[in-house]
Write a protein of this length. Structure first.
Length: 456
């Protein structure tokens, strides 16, 4: 597996020209077989995720299942790449939209979902007729190799439909600079997106960005607190707070604030933190020392301001080289600067609110716009939250947390989250180019808008 970008792009371009000539339902059959191979290897693939990304077993298995689900989705899609036929204003004319493959797609993924996010992109890109060059996180190269090996087992002459470019920032930039790569799909931090986007835009390339989230939930007086606490705990602490959809900010109505905080404290205390290979572990370690230091820098800044911080300390568990932490509850009376940016760690800010519209405003008043949720049994509150005056995020949930999206709906967010959409719904259109075709099947040449062009 060479890291020579030129040779990789040449190989990817070559296979894309052959792959696009395969009828879409036949491309779907390759993806179906890929999904079957992932099913056979599910346990082994999950173990690789746990080993590299340090996710607990059930989350690792869930991630492989997500990749399998994407294969199933793409198989069905292979017979549903629909274009539109529109009535023409001109007699004896037909107006039609056609969708064609882009060619080569560059896919840059992060460590926290080392297989699923690639599957979101690859399954849709491939069934649409494209090849994919994948640059995984340096933290998850073995995950990428395992997925590639599964594809190689079923792909026959189309093994090169997935090519891996290992490396870091330099390799990501090389993908973005290459004008033979029509679309660059990048998942990661907002900082990364803002650095890569101008490079692709300078060559007028296509971008699909799924960047950071500073996600919030609102707890209303009518909420079922048993359900709510469970939803909050998973969203804030699952994957050790290292999901782009992890819950960062919590706004709780003043009438139930004390009860909610008390329950959260107990819930956080009861969480089982330990080696992710153990069956009972709910939270594993942070991915790196850098992540730990970033978390502690923020918590120390809060403490220096007199803000109440519960938890957040490092725990001596298993290997001394790994960074296990207790999730932190940060109780704030006012919006502090630290709340306005995302720290990729299990830190949950909790604040009172009195009026739902104020809570929605505080939720929206950050630069990110990925995921959001409201816990309520009042239909008027949930409908306000989902209305044009409500959440400004790409994902808005009612009575579930901010994380745990299903593949059937398009995934992504607004503002500094990048505006991209991956996974289900009509996200497949990102991987195709649209052609508007007009067919004249008559003997005359009427012009649109009644324009006359008399040759006499």
């Amino acid at each position: 597996m060479t890291n020579n970008i030129d040779s990789i792009v040449k190989k990817s371009k070559e296979v894309s020209l052959k792959w696009r000539d395969i009828p879409a339902p036949q491309r779907g059959e390759f993806i179906r077989q890929f999904g079957e191979e992932l099913r056979l290897q599910k346990e082994a693939l999950a173990q690789t995720i746990t080993k590299e990304a340090r996710k607990i077993k059930t989350e690792s298995l869930g991630e492989v299942q997500e990749a399998i689900d994407m294969c199933d989705f793409a198989v069905g899609l292979s017979r549903q790449l629909y274009g539109l036929t529109m009535p023409s204003e001109r007699p004896n004319h037909r107006l039609q939209e056609l969708w064609h493959p882009l060619g080569v797609v560059g896919c840059i993924t992060a460590f926290n979902f080392p297989m699923a996010v690639f599957a979101w992109n690859f399954c849709l890109a491939a069934v649409c007729g494209n090849s994919v060059i994948w640059k995984p996180s340096p933290h998850s190269n073995e995950c990428a190799k395992s997925i590639k090996a599964a594809w190689d087992k079923v792909s026959g002459d189309f093994s090169d439909l997935i090519l891996i470019l290992e490396g870091g920032n330099e390799e990501a930039v090389s993908i973005c600079k290459d004008n033979r790569i029509t679309l660059v799909s990048a998942t990661g931090s907002t900082k990364m997106g803002k650095e890569l986007a101008p490079i692709v835009s300078a060559r007028l390339g296509k971008l699909l960005l799924e960047l950071g989230g500073n996600n919030a939930a609102i707890v209303c007086p009518s909420a079922n607190l048993d359900l709510t606490i469970k939803g909050i705990a998973f969203s804030a602490c699952g994957t050790t707070g290292q999901r782009c959809t992890s819950l960062r900010r919590l706004f709780v109505h003043k009438e139930i604030y004390d009860d909610c905080v008390k329950r959260l404290e107990k819930c956080f205390d009861d969480l089982i933190i330990g080696c992710p290979t153990k069956e009972d572990s709910q939270i594993g370690p942070l991915i790196s020392e850098e992540s730990y230091n970033s978390m502690q820098k923020v918590l120390n800044s809060l403490r220096n301001k007199g803000v109440q911080v519960l938890g957040g300390e490092r725990l001596e568990i298993e290997s001394p080289e790994e960074y296990y932490v207790k999730p932190a509850l940060v109780l704030v009376d006012d919006i502090v600067d630290e709340m306005l940016s995302e720290t990729f760690a299990p830190i949950l800010y909790v604040k009172r609110y009195e009026d739902l519209k104020d809570a929605i405003h505080m939720q929206n008043n950050v630069s990110q716009g990925l995921s959001s949720s409201i816990f309520t049994n009042d239909m008027r509150e949930s409908e306000l939250f989902l209305s044009e005056s409500g959440s400004d995020c790409g994902i808005a949930n009612v009575n579930i947390g901010t994380s745990g999206a299903e593949i059937g709906g398009a995934f992504g967010g607004e503002k500094d989250t990048g505006g991209g959409r991956e996974s289900g719904s009509d996200a497949w259109k990102n991987y195709m180019r649209r052609v508007t075709a007009t067919i004249n099947y008559g003997e005359e040449l009427p012009l649109a808008q009644g324009v006359e062009f008399d040759e006499s």
